[in-house]
Design a protein around this ligand. Structure first.
Ligand SMILES: Cc1cc2nc3c(=O)[nH]c(=O)nc-3n(C[C@H](O)[C@H](O)[C@H](O)COP(=O)(O)OP(=O)(O)OC[C@H]3O[C@@H](n4cnc5c(N)ncnc54)[C@H](O)[C@@H]3O)c2cc1C
Length: 441
């Protein structure tokens, strides 16, 4: 079972038409809905399960500039300006705090790796720096060991995944958007060579613009439109503890990563190893993903599982089957990797013995939607006028979410975009652009 997510009121009527239809009620879809509704457009968002049921409630809650691919830096800078605004826009505390993030280094090799990013990030680095000694120790109260150094960004922060997207969705509702839950989009429809709306399990909604923010399901929704979106699912596991005293903020170390939660507990993960379940798309997109696999193969465990037949990328009948696959999988809820999580907790407890007082309250997993270059697609599509794709956030879409939603809304409106969107263009998958992640971490 996934984490308990704050509810979003149900009961919005299914409109016959809207200016914009949004597929997916994660942080990206709801942020897009909020910004479009505030511009006075009629907006309908269709979510097959409940708002934030998939990645957007299951993530670590880190909102970081540090370690980002340089192509994402202008957008994360804007997103980090929008996060503090969210309290005003939603009227709720979504848990955003600039409590700092640390990448802890054990040795000179780790330090050198982190320094690569510092150099690459150039002008976008505001307050990121290497720290060590007493300054670092003061940020790790109760630690039984010293670290060689850490890359530290005091102005990076965190927010609460189980609160943020629902609060944004409620604000979008108040601004006039219809948020339909338990309403799967079976297909995005076209007429006369352009977008015409969405076919949902509760009827057809006509819309000249559709924003596809379907997370791990986006590639499947693109297929019938003749679009090849290379995307693979990676399972990432998390546990949360009961409240306990310990370090503030968030940190990544070799073997564990943590974030202090607003409820006083910790969200903890291994931080390095994730799992990919082999599905037909693993073969279909193998060539696209070879460069990233060459870099990351040590950190991706590969498994054969039931997902081969069903799930977002399975081979069982998709579009024509009723109920559709989207209705059969209201919420992707994979099994967490318990052993991996227990080891991460043990390693954290070895450094912070106070954590021994904490109980494991819950474990869960989520399916990350990865692209071959680990950069999202936030883009119009030349061959399908009226379509905006906002997906493929590759494990770091929560922190950038409000900025990405604003950018997707700008593209839907045809307005001057918040940042230059060219790095996020869909066409890069077919135009010879090298598919390389460039985080330097
Ligand atoms: C364990 C874990 C840790 C992470 N940690 C971080 C972190 O610390 N910081 C960070 O920035 N990012 C993190 N991420 C990544 C982040 O959670 C995602 O990038 C982000 O939530 C993506 O948002 P989204 O709206 O694109 O997708 P999702 O939240 O997955 O939402 C997509 C929604 O679309 C819906 N949908 C799909 N198909 C249909 C359909 N046909 N009809 C209707 N609805 C449909 C789904 O039900 C789903 O609710 C983490 C992810 C995981 C799994």
């Amino acid at each position: 079972m996934g984490p308990a997510v704050e509810p979003v009121p149900v009961g919005d009527a299914v409109p016959e038409r809207a200016d914009v239809a949004i597929v997916g009620g994660g942080i990206i879809g709801v942020s897009t809905a909020l910004f479009l509704a505030r511009e006075g457009l009629s907006v309908v968002l269709c979510e097959k399960g409940h708002v934030a049921g998939e990645q957007s409630s299951r993530n670590w809650g880190w909102c970081r500039r540090m370690g980002r691919d340089p192509r994402e830096l202008p957008l994360i800078v804007e997103a980090l300006k929008l996060w503090p605004e969210m309290e005003r826009l939603t009227g709720e505390d979504v848990g955003f705090r600039r409590s700092g993030i640390l990448y802890l280094c054990d040795d000179e090799r780790d330090v050198a790796r982190r320094e690569v990013w510092l150099k690459r990030a150039g002008d976008h680095v505001l307050d990121t720096r290497m720290i060590q000694g007493a300054e670092l120790a003061a940020l790790l109260p109760g630690a039984t060991r010293a670290f060689k150094a850490a890359l530290y960004t005091p102005s990076d922060g965190r927010a609460e995944p189980q609160k943020a997207a629902p609060a944004i969705a409620r604000a979008a509702q108040r601004a006039g958007a219809a948020i339909l839950q338990n309403c799967a989009v079976r297909a995005i429809s076209t007429a006369g060579g352009r977008i015409d709306g969405v076919e949902t399990e509760r009827g057809t909604i006509r819309a000249a613009t559709v924003v596809l923010a379907g997370g791990a399901w986006s590639s499947r929704l693109c297929g019938p439109l003749g679009l090849r979106l290379p995307q693979l699912g990676v399972r990432a596991s998390v546990l949360r503890t009961s409240p306990v005293d310990g370090p503030e903020g968030a940190a990544w170390a070799n073997g564990f990563a943590y974030r202090k939660r607003l409820d006083g507990g910790y969200t903890i993960a291994d931080g390095t190893t994730n799992h990919h379940h082999i599905v037909p798309d693993s073969f279909r997109f193998l060539a696209d993903f070879l460069p990233i696999l060459a870099l990351e193969w040590r950190h991706v465990g590969v498994r054969l599982g039931g997902d081969f037949l069903d799930g977002p990328a399975g081979v069982l009948p998709g579009r024509s089957a009723v109920p559709s696959r989207y209705e059969r999988y209201r919420t992707l809820d994979p099994q967490p990797a318990t052993k991996l999580l227990d080891h991460a907790l043990d390693r954290m407890r070895a450094v912070f013995p106070a954590l021994r007082q904490a109980e494991v309250v819950q474990r869960w997993a989520g399916i990350i939607d990865a692209t071959p270059d680990a950069v999202p697609v936030i883009s119009t599509v030349e061959t399908v006028p009226g379509l905006v794709i906002a997906t493929g956030f590759s494990g770091h879409g929560f922190g950038i979410g409000p900025g990405a939603g604003r950018l997707a809304a700008d593209l839907a409106l045809g307005k001057a975009p918040l940042v230059d969107p060219s790095a996020f263009r869909f066409s890069r998958f077919g135009d010879g652009t090298p598919m390389r992640p460039t985080t330097g971490l």
